[in-house]
Design a binder for this molecule. Sequence first.
Ligand code: Q46
Ligand code: ZN
Ligand code: ZN
Length: 309
Amino acid sequence: MKCRKCGEKASINMRQHRMALCKDHFLEWIPEQTERFIKKYGMFARDEKILVAVSGGKDSLALWDILTRLGYEADGLYLGLGIDGGIEYSAESQRLTEEFARARNLKLHVIDIEKEYGHSIPVFSEISFRGKDKPCSVCGLTKRHEMNRIARDLGYDVLATGHNLDDEAAVLFGNTLQWSADYLLRQGPVLESKEGLARKVKPLCRFYEREMTAYSIMRGIEYIYEECPFAEGATQIFYKETLNQLESARPGVKLTFYLRFLEAKQSGDLFIQKDEKPPQLHPCERCGQPTSAPNLCSFCRMLEKADAS
Ligand code: Q46
Ligand code: ZN
Ligand code: ZN
């Protein structure tokens, strides 16, 4: 297999694009494409301040690397969740993220949830569900709250996450199986800002996971290989495997699934927009973030419950 651009030996073959590239050209192609997606979907402008949510995994570190290579002003945010799971997951991912930032002289904000709020994520979850459920719902709630808080308090315009095509296609697959119209209407590369919350963007949403793995390895990025110990067995992983089976029989099917969805949504043909008014939002009495609940947002209610226990 030869590189399409220079004819040298290819390092990666992307069947969905019918294109193989050598290492050097692949490492050029990824940022070029990212820049194209940033413009196409109107993610952010050159003068906007970007906060990248970094977890120590390949996607978020690759995203940070790409944005800084493209010359954007992008700082990192790492949330210490206090997850151990026998592999010191949080400690190791924090070490790798800090190392990444130090080596490149980048600004990284680190928020330790336990120091900030008195308990780690697994403990919050234990209190909320008495150990009956995985910590993922508490974790997701906390991550969203903290990302919004830091972006607002430190004046960032945009919050960027490292979701790749495999993540987005799996979420789309799940929402389609359920015909969850509300979620489908909200899914996309950009979630516009509202009520004082920063805009949320996913610049890697058109890259396959294997492309991000290849990019990270070729760029020499050291990232945490292990998934969070709670991710195992999640429905999303099952959907990813199912889509990978489809992909090996029909190369490109994952990308087409996602892109056709975005096109259909943009054209307005596929979905009947409901006339209902969106829920009335007002600031949470404790933290000030917008909520539809009467007094406190769900995160602050969780904190109150934990304090009272
Ligand atoms: S939600 Fe669940 Fe993730 Fe939080 S507890 Fe781990 S798997 S990190 S993306
Ligand atoms: Zn080449
Ligand atoms: Zn609140």
